[in-house]
Design a protein around this ligand. Sequence first.
Ligand code: BTN
Length: 319
Amino acid sequence: MLNPDAKIIAAFQQRPETHLSLDELASLVAVPRATLTRRLDILAGLGYVFEIHPHHGYRLAEEPDRLTADAIQAVHHGGTIGSRILVFDSTGSTSDVIARHAARARDGLVVFAETQTRGRGRQGRSWASPRGKGLWFSILLRPPGGVAQAQRLTVLASVAVARVLRKESGVDARIKWPNDIVCGARKLGGILTEYRDAVAILGIGIDMNLAAEDFPADLREVATSLLIETGEIQDRNRLAGRLLAELDRCYRLIENEFESIIRDWASLSVTLGKQVEVRQGDRTWRGLAQALDSAGRLVLRCDSGRVEHLVVGEVTACS
Ligand code: BTN
């Protein structure tokens, strides 16, 4: 059920060029006029700019570049993922917030933060999360098949993220096994699935409005953002809503239709069909990245003739 602010934002977003009278708006969002004027004042205080025409009413002229649950829910509501959305100004890691809520919270809780002070990536790396520049969020899920489906979560999340970035921002987002979203040779986002106490925590980071200098110096040559790729500032609430909608759609396929996710993953992958070297700690395999298996593991036909099914690793293409 959408709250009044989310309904008001959605009503304006669905009619971007139109002025709405207070009576029209009141009937669209089903709240009394007195409540409506109070809510419009509150939204204005939050940074929403309304153009007011003496005869035609209100038009939403500008939205604040601040993540809010209402603005995200105006784009996506219903479903499992996003059934509850919390937005923090600053957290250590959004995945730790999910872990703290896990015992009491339902599946689909999503936690966003404007900035993370201890954002983490794979293999104990830190994840730079500059304030207001990206989407840093984590989702609580209890997949029907338990921990055995944790790898499927990474796979389906990669497909959902790559698809939405392609559609909404027009970038050539692709998937680099095991969990990178890339654009050309540079990383645009990452996915970290953790499994603790029978819950999966799906953490997603997307570099949206970072300029080159917003990245730590050691990442400037290897990372990119939607801003760098498109030259345009992107609407974070809108993209967040679209991502949750697509993640929710893909999550429904995890049990019985995962084959279709694997097909989409294969068509978006920059890894499959290549001769690669995969490193896991002090172990290294070389061979052909042949397929994803039904658990979401990489099937590597090694030069030795053995076939390995790998969950994690650092992959580099061999020339
Ligand atoms: C990687 O590519 O190494 C995975 C990066 C995952 C980053 C996200 S940001 C939201 C969530 N919270 C974290 O601390 N990490 C994930």
